[in-house]
Design a binder for this molecule. Sequence first.
Ligand code: AHZ
Length: 309
Amino acid sequence: AVMPAPVEAHRFEHPSTFVQDAAPATKAGEKVDKWADFKFEHIRESTVSRAMTKRYFEDLDKYAESDVVIIGAGSCGLSAAYTLAKARPDLKIAIIEAGVAPGGGAWLGGQLFSAMIMRKPAQLFLEEIGVPYEEEDTYVVVKHAALFTSTLMSKVLTFPNVKLFNATTVEDLITRIDPATGKIRVAGVVTNWTLVSMHHDDQSCMDPNTINAPIIISTTGHDGPFGAFSVKRLLSMNAIEKLGGMRGLDMKLAEDAIVKGTREIVPGMVVGGMELSEVDGANRMGPTFGAMALSGVKAAEAVLEVYDE
Ligand code: AHZ
């Protein structure tokens, strides 16, 4: 696939690149209005509509059978997507994000502060994606959490084998009974536009859409209005026995536990990030993000094991 060429900043300094006709001749010393003849190319409104809808519906068609679905585009889901998409450009990876804006809880470092803290050795992931950091003793600092999230997101979205369906909620899981074990395996996701999902109470029968995939990575975050979706659903259908419930904050315990615990919790579903704390009864870590990045890497590795076999 052809990667788009980066836009060179200096191109914007020369309006002649944009303006069709040369700027009018002027007397010496007179200021030239370089934008006087500026004009965009012609377009018809229907062309814009078709350019968007054609691609979206082609993507819905293409990703109806995905190789991997990632639920949630927070720091963990995006780290998983990056690792997978880079390792296996042949896999079709669909990311389903309920929010209009992907990124989850990683636009700020903590409270409303900008700096993002990652404990070592998570700086290796920052190096991998090219995010600069300030080095401290046992940890590193990215000057703004949004720099991490936007850089990671731009890399993920540039991979030709990734499609982000944002403003789209996973409302349910597709499951199958494994004939060998009699147990449930996850075989895909049931989706709806988030704005539709929010109105099941006052509009009837707005049936969803589906995506089949042999393996899912769920990273929907800790419990809340949207969070911990997949594991709560697995509990309600008796595919797991209980939820441990996220425990109080302990940075030291929490980060190791989340990374180490990242795994396939039922066949066909890997759980990572803070969603996992609800399964395992792990602590929260609060404003340190190394575990989210490395849990994403480990979740991707669990999927790679399946595909590299
Ligand atoms: O919108 C959610 C968010 O962007 C999305 N999501 C949740 N349920 C979904 C569903 N369908 C589609 N049913 C859904 N998308 O999942 C994303 C989760 O991102 P996050 O940043 O909340 O989770 P994370 O595990 O990647 O990172 C958590 C970081 C921490 S730690 C912590 C603490 O210790 O208090 N708090 C946060 C936010």
